[in-house]
Design a protein around this ligand. Structure first.
Ligand code: ATP
Ligand code: MG
Length: 332
C-alpha cells in the first residue's frame, strides 16, 4: 500500500468542525487504501507559547478524538510526534540544506510572526516548515492530505527531498500533496469569510467536537446569515448560508442541491434547526467515545506507545540512512 502522512496540532482541548470535516472524515476513508501515519504534532504546537500541563492534556485529548472519529490505531499508525525522536533529528539535518531566504518566503510564518511581532516570534516558528518536511520524509510518504493553507509547506518538503536526493543520492520519496476540495473548507459561523480555527480569537463561531450538544445547537442557531431568506449556495454573496450548507452536506453525505430543495420556500430558522440536529447527531457519539477513552488515560497512553514504537521502526531506518549519507560518523 502507498504511504500517507498527516497530523494536527494539539492546540485546543477540542477539535473544531473544520478539523473533523476537512481532515478526520477524509483520514477515516483514506486509512483503508493507504499505509497511514497520523500524528499529534506537539513539537509543532510549542512553536507558539503553551502551558506545559495543558499541552500534555491537549495532546491526549487530540489523540482520543482521532480514535473517536474512527481512526483505527490497530490499522493506522496513530502516535504523538515527540515520542518519535527521529522527527527532531531529521529536522536539524534538513535545516542545514534549507535556504534562509527560502524559509523566509513561507506565508504562514509571515502571517503568524506579524501577529506576534518580531520579539515574540521564536526561531522555532521560522523553522516550523522544516520540521514538517522531516515529519513527512521520515516515513517515505507518497501522499500528504492537507488544506490549501499547507500547500506551500508541502512544496518546500518536495524541494528539500529533491535537493537531498541529488546532493547525497536517492534517499527520500518525493511526496505529493492532496489538497482538500473547497467544499471541505469550513468557515467561522460568526465570520464566514475566515476559516474556522482552533485558535480563533473568539470561539462564538467555532463548533467544537467535544462541546455540550445544547451549546453547539445554540451556535448554529446564532450563525450569521443574510437578509435574502432563501437557502441557496452562493459562496460570493451568501458566505454564511453557503458555509452552513457545506457543513450540512459534509456531515450527512448529501448533495448541496438536495438540501437546497428540501428547504426551498422555508426560512433560515427551519434550516438551522435541521442543521443543529445533524451536528448534534454526528458529534454526540464522537464526544461520548472520546470521553470514554479519556476516562482511562493509562490505556490511551499504552495505545500511543505501541503506535510510536511502530513509527520508530520506519523513522529510525530513514534517519540512519540520512546520517550515513551526510557523513556523520557511526557510533559503534
Ligand atoms: P490552529 O488554529 O491551531 O492552527 P487549526 O484548527 O487550524 O488549528 P490545524 O491543527 O492547523 O488546525 O490543522 C489540522 C487539520 O485540519 C489540517 O489538515 C487542516 O488543513 C484542517 N483544517 C483546519 N481548519 C480547517 C477548516 N476550517 N476547514 C477545513 N479543514 C481545516
Ligand atoms: Mg491551522
Amino acid at each position: 500500500k502507498p504511504r500517507l502522512y498527516s497530523g494536527m496540532q494539539p492546540s485546543a482541548d477540542s477539535l473544531q468542525a473544520g478539523n473533523y470535516i476537512g481532515a478526520l472524515l477524509q483520514w477515516r476513508e483514506l486509512q483503508n487504501s493507504y499505509d497511514a501515519f497520523f500524528s499529534v504534532v506537539d513539537l509543532h504546537a510549542i512553536t507558539v507559547p503553551q502551558d506545559p500541563a495543558e499541552l500534555r492534556e491537549k495532546t491526549r485529548r487530540t489523540a482520543a478524538q482521532y480514535i473517536a472519529a474512527g481512526i483505527e490505531p490497530s490499522q493506522s499508525t496513530l502516535y504523538v510526534q515527540s515520542h518519535v525522536r527521529a522527527h527532531a533529528e531529521l529536522a536539524w539535518i534538513l535545516s542545514t540544506i534549507t535556504g534562509f531566504g527560502e524559509a523566509g518566503r513561507m506565508t504562514q510564518f509571515k502571517d503568524k510572526s506579524s501577529r506576534f511581532g518580531a520579539d515574540a516570534t521564536s526561531v522555532g516558528l521560522f523553522t516550523y516548515p522544516v520540521l514538517m518536511a522531516a515529519d513527512i520524509l521520515l516515513y517515505q510518504t507518497d501522499v500528504v492530505p492537507v488544506g490549501d493553507d499547507q500547500k506551500q509547506h508541502v512544496e518546500l518538503t518536495r524541494d528539500l527531498a529533491e535537493r537531498f536526493n541529488s546532493r547525497f543520492g536517492e534517499t527520500f520519496v518525493v511526496p505529493i500533496p492532496v489538497i482538500q476540495k473547497d467544499t471541505a473548507r469550513i468557515y467561522d459561523l460568526q465570520n464566514p469569510t475566515s476559516k474556522m480555527s482552533k485558535s480563533a480569537e473568539s470561539d462564538a463561531g467555532v463548533l467544537w467536537l467535544l462541546d455540550d450538544p445544547a451549546k453547539s445547537a445554540k451556535k448554529v442557531m446564532r450563525a450569521v446569515t443574510d437578509n435574502e431568506g432563501s437557502v441557496r449556495y452562493d459562496r460570493e454573496n451568501k458566505p454564511g448560508v453557503s458555509n452552513l450548507l457545506t457543513i450540512y452536506a459534509a456531515l450527512t453525505g448529501r448533495q448541496i442541491a438536495s438540501i437546497e430543495d428540501e428547504y426551498a420556500g422555508r426560512g433560515y430558522g427551519d434550516f438551522k434547526k435541521g442543521l443543529a440536529e445533524v451536528v448534534v447527531n454526528e458529534f454526540g457519539p464522537v464526544r461520548e467515545r472520546a470521553n470514554e477513552l479519556l476516562a482511562d488515560p493509562a490505556e490511551l497512553d499504552r495505545i500511543l506507545a505501541a503506535n510510536a514504537a511502530r513509527a520508530d521502526e520506519v523513522a529510525d531506518k530513514t534517519l540512519a540512512d540520512v546520517y550515513d549519507r551526510v557523513g556523520l560518523l557511526r557510533r559503534v
